[in-house]
Design a protein around this ligand. Structure first.
Ligand SMILES: [Zn+2]
Ligand SMILES: [Zn+2]
Length: 181
């Protein structure tokens, strides 16, 4: 598979038994749909905190066409954003997976942090986020040991992507207006 930005062949990494493709050139990340589902299926009691009220305002989601193409099917992806968080991801409207530019993973972490600061959440979560941030602002590229990796993949799956009814609805509406057909 090739990077949707610069065409570099993507490199596979395995984190918590989940395969992620990374572009060695621009450090973007591709999460295939089946791999995201694996994250969801993995039993991890520590992740129950994700059930709290984060990104639950359905009206804050927006979708538009992206100029990037899905590495799997080659069709234009959609951008999905959540108001005021600064979080935007590219998602294949056919459900093949999600692309995160370098920095977007970090933006998700920062959005978490902001939301968490405004709520009363456990020290464990706060400490995990601090750790995640340190790793993500480093220069070493992809880091394979990160306990909150599953948290972010789950958040993507549950809140931002196909399992979110509002996003599914937005994507369906978007597809009827495709300028790329
Ligand atoms: Zn790239
Ligand atoms: Zn696709």
């Amino acid at each position: 598979m090739e990077c949707p930005i610069d065409g570099t062949t993507l490199e596979t990494h395995t984190v918590h038994s989940i395969n992620i493709e990374e572009c060695t050139q621009c450090r973007g990340l591709w999460f295939e749909e089946g791999e995201l589902r694996k994250a969801k299926d993995e039993a991890e009691p520590d992740l129950n905190w994700l059930d709290f009220d984060l990104w639950s305002d359905q009206e804050s989601f927006a979708a538009d066409w992206s100029s990037r193409k899905c590495p799997l099917c080659g069709k234009n992806m959609a951008t999905i954003s959540y108001a005021e968080t600064g979080v935007t991801v590219d998602y294949c409207a056919e459900g093949h997976g999600v692309w995160l530019d370098k920095g977007e993973f970090e933006a998700i972490i920062e959005a978490f942090e902001k939301d968490i600061m405004s709520k009363d959440i456990s020290d464990y979560v706060t400490a995990s986020l601090e750790e995640a941030k340190e790793i993500l602002v480093g220069d070493e590229g992809f880091v394979s040991e990160w306990k909150d990796f599953l948290t972010v993949t789950r958040l993507l799956q549950y809140r931002v992507l196909a399992e979110n009814p509002k996003v599914a609805e937005l994507l369906t509406a978007l597809q009827t207006t495709s300028p790329f057909k």
